[in-house]
Write a protein that binds this ligand. Structure first.
Ligand code: KIV
Ligand code: NA
Length: 263
C-alpha cells in the first residue's frame, strides 16, 4: 500500500517528505528521488496555468495531470490529488464524480481543504473506501473568505478551533493532515496530540513531515518567495544559463556540431 509511508513515518518518528508534481517528465525524474509522496496540488492552477488563485482548477484539469504524473511515477509511489473546491462544494454526487475521476486517473487518495460545511462528504468518501487527506490552516481555496494569504490560528480561539477540526478529521478517518501557515507551536501540539500524521507547510519542524511546491523547492519561481519556502536549487538561473548558452552556440555555429549532423 503506497500510503503506508504516512503511518510508518509517524509510528517510527521518521519524517515524511512530500512535494507537488504535476507532469510526466518531472515525475520520471523525481521517482528516482527519496521523496515519500507526491501531490497533484490544485496549486497547478497558479504554477502551471498562471491563474492568481487555485479556484480555477477543475476536476478535468486535476485528473489529466494526475494521469500524467502516475505514468511517470510508476505504480508504487504514493500519489495524492487535490479535489477542486467548486466540485466538493457542489452536490454529494458531483463531489463523488470528481473523486472517481481522480482515482481512475491514478491517485491513491484525494485531499480536501477545510472541514466546515462538508463533514458529511469527508465521512462519505472515507466510507466509500477512498483514502482522504485533510488540509487545515491556510486553505487557499477559501482565500476570499480568509481575507488573503495569511497565517491562521494565531489567537487562542482560532487555535482551539483548529485543534477541534483536526480531531474531527481524525475521527472521520482521514489518513493524514496538511497544516499550512500555522504557528509552529500550534502545529506541534496538533501533531503531538493526534495519531494523524501531520504534514506541514509553513508550520515549523515539529510535525511529522513537510510538503513544498516543486517549483518553489527547485527555485523555479522568481516572483514568489513566501517566508516558509526554501529553494534547494537555483533551477531558474541554471535554465536561463543553459538556454543562453544554446543561443550563443547557435549564433557562433558551435551548435550543431558535425557529430550532431547527418553527413
Ligand atoms: O495545492 C498544493 O500545492 C497544496 C500544497 C501546498 C499542500 O495543497
Ligand atoms: Na492545494
Amino acid at each position: 500500500m503506497n500510503l503506508q509511508v504516512f503511518t510508518d513515518g509517524k509510528a517510527h518518528g521518521r519524517k515524511i517528505t512530500m512535494m507537488t508534481c504535476y507532469d510526466y517528465s518531472s515525475a520520471r525524474i523525481l521517482r528516482q528521488s527519496a521523496v515519500d509522496a507526491f501531490l497533484v496540488g490544485d496549486s497547478l492552477a497558479m504554477t502551471l496555468y498562471g491563474h492568481d488563485s487555485t479556484l480555477p482548477a477543475t476536476t478535468e484539469m486535476m485528473a489529466r495531470h494526475t494521469a500524467a504524473v502516475r505514468k511517470g511515477l510508476g505504480p508504487d509511489r504514493a500519489l495524492i490529488a487535490d479535489l477542486p473546491f467548486l466540485e466538493h462544494r457542489g452536490s454529494l454526487d458531483r463531489a463523488m464524480d470528481a473523486v472517481r475521476a481522480l482515482m481512475v486517473a491514478g491517485a491513491d487518495a484525494v485531499k480536501l481543504e477545510g472541514i466546515r460545511g462538508h463533514e458529511a462528504l469527508v465521512g462519505h468518501i472515507v466510507e466509500s473506501g477512498i483514502p482522504v487527506m485533510g488540509h487545515l490552516g491556510l486553505t487557499p481555496q477559501a482565500v476570499h473568505g480568509l481575507g488573503g494569504y495569511r497565517v491562521q490560528g494565531r489567537d487562542k480561539a482560532a487555535a482551539e478551533a483548529m485543534i477541534e477540526q483536526a480531531r474531527t478529521l481524525q475521527e472521520q478517518g482521514v489518513f493524514a493532515l496538511v497544516l499550512e501557515c500555522v504557528p509552529e507551536k500550534l502545529a506541534a501540539t496538533i501533531a503531538a496530540q493526534l495519531e494523524l500524521p501531520v504534514i506541514g507547510i509553513g508550520a515549523g519542524s515539529d510535525v511529522d513531515g513537510q510538503v513544498l511546491v516543486q517549483q518553489d523547492l527547485l527555485g523555479m519561481n522568481l516572483d514568489f518567495s513566501p517566508r516558509f519556502v526554501r529553494a534547494f536549487a537555483a533551477t531558474a538561473e541554471d535554465w536561463i544559463g543553459a538556454v543562453d548558452e544554446y543561443c550563443r552556440a547557435v549564433q557562433e555555429k558551435r551548435f550543431p556540431a558535425a557529430k550532431e549532423s547527418f553527413q
